[in-house]
Design a protein around this ligand. Structure first.
Ligand code: PEP
Ligand code: MG
Length: 883
């Protein structure tokens, strides 16, 4: 097996489509090298090696040594330098690179190959002793941290003391001699903490670094990141070893990160940051505030330090050419790292850039309009889940704002919450159901869990490409970064800004679209659904086969759903109507009635209420089908709890409180989920379903008479297990319809169907379809009953099940395709065999989950039904499933 793949010097052994093998970074370095872009030569050790490394107890096979030696020889040949050469040494970087980027999660070592001899060679060859000793100093510090895992605080402290002793404030004030002394001190620290001297042999250094990068795949923070982002542990990481290029060799050297388009808003403009005379991680770490790439961006921000376009015009022009080349080659927005070494441009990385949902939409639509990609590709490019970010409120521009300061608009959206100053507190308070804003001087990968728990993130330092900004955009959290006028005392849990104090627990609001930071909460408004969003949705609708409906039971929800493009109601849960304060007494009276006469008296009072509910929904959904499900939950859910409630019901029903309580006790069930609910209510008390059916048809006739357009009711019977149940219930519904139609002298088309939410119903679907005119898969209950896992108790143990890989995802969120899915598939087949044109849909929570929607497409359902806010997500997911 080949484990090492070389690139650079005009050739490459790897290709861009080998991301699984070479990792994203390695595959793209190979690709850039092969299209002739300036890439420092190097080689990639494949992800297969990572897997094997762990299989063999964290050891490397002998064959790898030969391959790595050949890789080093390749770099030596292209650069004309020798690894370990005391006169002019080859230095390399060692970086991780998984299949998908995991920003800041794993380890990097730079300047590898420096030792007490080669540092002198570097000084002589570069003619810059300060640069050489600074590189050695950085190398020891990084190596001690990443490879030897020593306490990095001690090294930082030594650096601070070195500056303080000499009265300096900046690192750059340290002279070559100062740095030489610091190197001695660092070596002392290594020996003291590690018990051995700092490794002088460049090959030992290399193997140490390679091992550390593979080792970082199993670090705690990488594990957390993988869990949050559904990245399997067995993917492994690749290791990239590459000739060093230096952005810190004076004023014609620089290093930067850039996007070929604005990753926040999506505008077509080069977008990025760079630092003159700086090395690699300085930009991302947010230690120095970076300079803008273009003059326009600098002027817009009102910033002083020259942009790259102004400071290094020739290299900038070359870079702009590379950007265009990369976009046409990759046909996507690219996120780039580059270094300029004494006027020469080097590309260190390219990858598809992470972007906000807003930018993803704009870029996809723009690129399709530019002819760079097709409309189908544009549809495929946008992550349906990410639309969530756009479907939620932003700050009301009319609302009063108490602006404390302004930072960078690092990730859009607005959020209010309690100020917290560390990740653990953020996580704890969020778990208690509070909204929190995490406020940090700058974030690091250790803060990931807190960022995830927070509603928004605010940092005092760092640019648009700082860790906080990149991670927040990926998570869809609003973020304001680099709010420089804030000073944060994390220990005292307070931030000071503009002469004011914000303490832990005080409410603050951030607007990640403008960068504003405000005291208190600020009102929000609904999102704009036209523009790029509307365009992409239209394109999605052109390719989508599945219809998308909504689960909604109020006219307001129905209106939201319709605005979001719902093509009907897939589930109107009528019990939700029973909870209304104005009718709960009548509902309780109905439930607690001793006999049919008592029940009918209460039902007569509910009928007009239900009728007007349905009429309002039919009006909003005019011309579209509305699936109304008859009463489902166990009756005890509606029972009174408080004395006053009992008294009220007793007096309304004209019976004694004691008698009422006795009746309530009789209704107690040991396992209500499997108890007297669903059609079992209709079987035992047909008058309930009769009333509901009558209300539906009366409302339908009312609306038809009023508007001239008849609604399309689909009456749905819940929790059916047998054909006989459905036969009985359908007879009740048909009887009611007949009665209403003859009374009113008008007929309305309607369907009667059933939910498939019990395994027996799925198995006997062929028979049930003789009566049922449609099926709607109630995958919440079907999951519960197939897995034998209670919907309401699953949270206690399902987390462990997902962690241990028993289920890939929470089966109540994403359909268990192998198990529950098989029942769905089978029921669809058997139902269709009986009734060729049977209408099939899904109305469990899975109807809004993209992976489950892909499955629904595969088995050929007619529609999915999701909560109103998920309707656009479902439309896009359905389109992607059809592509
Ligand atoms: C279901 O069981 O999937 C369903 C939609 O019904 P409910 O969630 O109301 O039980
Ligand atoms: Mg159900």
């Amino acid at each position: 097996v080949q484990y090492v793949y070389r690139f650079g010097g005009g050739t490459a052994e790897g290709k861009v489509d080998q991301k699984n093998l070479l990792g994203g970074k390695g595959a793209n370095l190979a690709e850039m090298a092969s299209i002739g872009l300036p890439v420092p030569p190097g080689f990639t050790i494949s992800t297969e090696m990572c897997t094997r490394y762990y299989e063999e107890g964290e050891r490397f096979p002998d064959s790898l040594r030969e391959e790595v030696a050949a890789g080093i020889a390749h770099i030596e040949q292209v650069t004309g330098k020798k690894f370990g050469d005391a006169a002019d040494p080859l230095l390399v970087s060692v970086r991780s690179g998984a299949r998908v980027s995991m920003p800041g999660m794993m380890d990097t070592v730079l300047n590898l190959g420096l030792n007490d001899r080669t540092v002198e060679g570097l000084a002589a060859a570069s003619g810059d002793a300060r640069f050489a000793w600074d590189s050695y100093r950085r190398f020891i510090q990084m190596y001690a941290d990443v490879v030897l895992e020593l306490d990095h605080g001690a090294f930082e402290e030594a650096l601070e003391i070195a500056k303080e002793d000499r009265g300096y404030t900046l690192d750059t004030e340290l002279s070559a001699d100062d740095l030489r002394a610091l190197v001695d001190e660092y070596k002392g620290l290594v020996e003291q903490q590690w018990g051995k001297p700092f490794p002088q042999d460049e090959h030992d250094q290399l193997w140490g670094a390679v091992g550390a990068v593979f080792g970082s795949w199993q670090s705690d923070r990488a594990k957390v990141y993988r869990r949050l982002n559904d990245i399997p542990a067995d993917w492994g990481t690749a290791v990239n070893v590459q000739a060093m290029v230096f952005g810190n060799m004076g004023d014609t050297s620089a290093t930067g990160v850039a996007f070929t388009r604005d990753p926040s808003k999506g505008d077509r403009a080069y977008y990025g940051e760079f630092l003159i005379n700086a090395q690699g991680e300085d930009v991302v770490a947010g230690i120095r505030t970076p300079q803008y790439l273009t003059r326009a961006a600098r002027e817009e921000a009102g910033a002083k330090p020259a942009s790259m376009e102004e400071a290094l015009p020739e290299v900038f022009t070359e870079l702009a050419g590379v950007f265009d080349r990369l976009e046409t080659h990759y046909r996507d927005m690219q996120d780039i790292e580059f270094t300029v070494q004494q006027g020469k441009l080097w590309m260190l990385q390219t990858r598809s850039g992470k972007r906000t949902a807003k930018a993803a939409l704009k870029i996809a639509v723009d690129m399709a309009n530019e002819g760079l990609i097709t409309r189908e590709e544009a549809v495929a490019r946008v992550d349906p889940q990410a639309l969530d970010q756009l479907l939620h409120p932003t700050l009301d521009p009319e609302a009063k704002r108490d602006v404390l300061t302004k930072g960078l608009p690092a990730s859009p959206g607005a959020a209010s919450g309690e100020a917290v100053f560390d990740a653990d507190t953020a996580e704890r308070h969020a778990a208690e159901g509070k909204s929190v804003i995490l406020i940090r001087t700058e974030t690091s990968p250790e803060d990931i869990h807190g960022m995830h728990a927070a509603k928004g993130i605010l940092t005092a330092r760092g640019g648009m490409t700082s860790h906080a900004a990149v991670v927040a955009r990926g998570m869809g959290r609003p973020c304001v970064s680099g709010a420089g006028s804030i000073s944060i005392d994390a220990k005292a849990k307070v931030m000071r800004v503009a002469g004011r104090e914000v303490k832990e627990g005080d409410t603050v609001t951030i607007d990640g679209s403008t960068g504003e930071v405000m005291a208190g909460a600020v009102a929000t408004i609904q999102p704009e659904l036209a523009g790029d969003f509307g365009t992409l949705m239209e394109w999605a609708d052109e390719v989508r086969r599945l219809k998308v409906r909504a689960n909604a039971e109020t006219p307001a929800d129905c209106q939201v759903a319709r605005d979001f493009g719902a093509e009907g109601v897939g589930l109107c849960r009528t019990e939700h109507m029973f909870f209304e304060a104005t009718r709960i007494t009548a509902v309780r009276q109905m439930i607690l009635a001793e006999d049919e006469t008592g029940r009918r008296a209460a039902l007569d009072r509910l009928l007009p209420e239900q009728r007007s509910d349905f009429a309002a929904i039919f009006e909003v959904m005019a011309g579209l089908p509305v699936t109304v499900r008859l009463l489902d939950p166990p009756l005890h859910e509606f029972l009174p709890h408080e004395e006053a409630e009992f008294a009220e019901v007793a007096s309304a029903a004209g019976i004694a409180v004691d008698q009422l309580k006795r009746r309530a006790a009789e209704l107690h069930e040991f396992n209500p989920m499997l108890g007297h609910r669903g059609c079992r209510l209709g079987v035992t008390y047909p008058e309930i379903y009769e009333m509901q059916a009558r209300a539906i048809f009366e409302a339908a006739v009312d609306v038809a008479e009023k508007s001239g357009e008849a609604p399309i009711p689909e009456v749905m019977i819940p929790l059916v297990a047998t054909k006989r149940e459905l036969d009985l219930m359908k007879a009740v519904v048909d009887q009611a319809a007949k009665g209403v139609f003859s009374e009113r002298g008008r007929e309305i088309d309607y369907l009667v169907g059933t939910m498939i939410e019990l395994p027996r119903a799925a198995l006997k679907a062929g028979e049930i379809a003789e009566t049922g005119e449609f099926f709607s898969f109630g995958t919440n209950d079907l999951t519960q009953t197939t897995l034998g896992v209670s919907r309401d108790d699953a949270a206690r143990f399902l987390g462990a099940y997902v962690e241990k890989g028993i289920y890939a995802k929470d089966p109540f969120v994403s359909l268990d395709v192998d198990g529950v899915g098989e029942l769905v598939r089978l029921a669809a087949e058997r139902g269709r065999a009986t009734r060729g044109d049977i209408k099939l849909g899904i109305c469990g929570e899975h109807g809004g989950d993209p992976a489950s929607i892909a499955f629904c497409e595969e088995v050929g359902l007619d529609y999915v039904s999701a909560s109103p806010y998920r309707v656009p997500i479902a439309r896009l997911a359905a389109a992607q499933a059809a592509l």
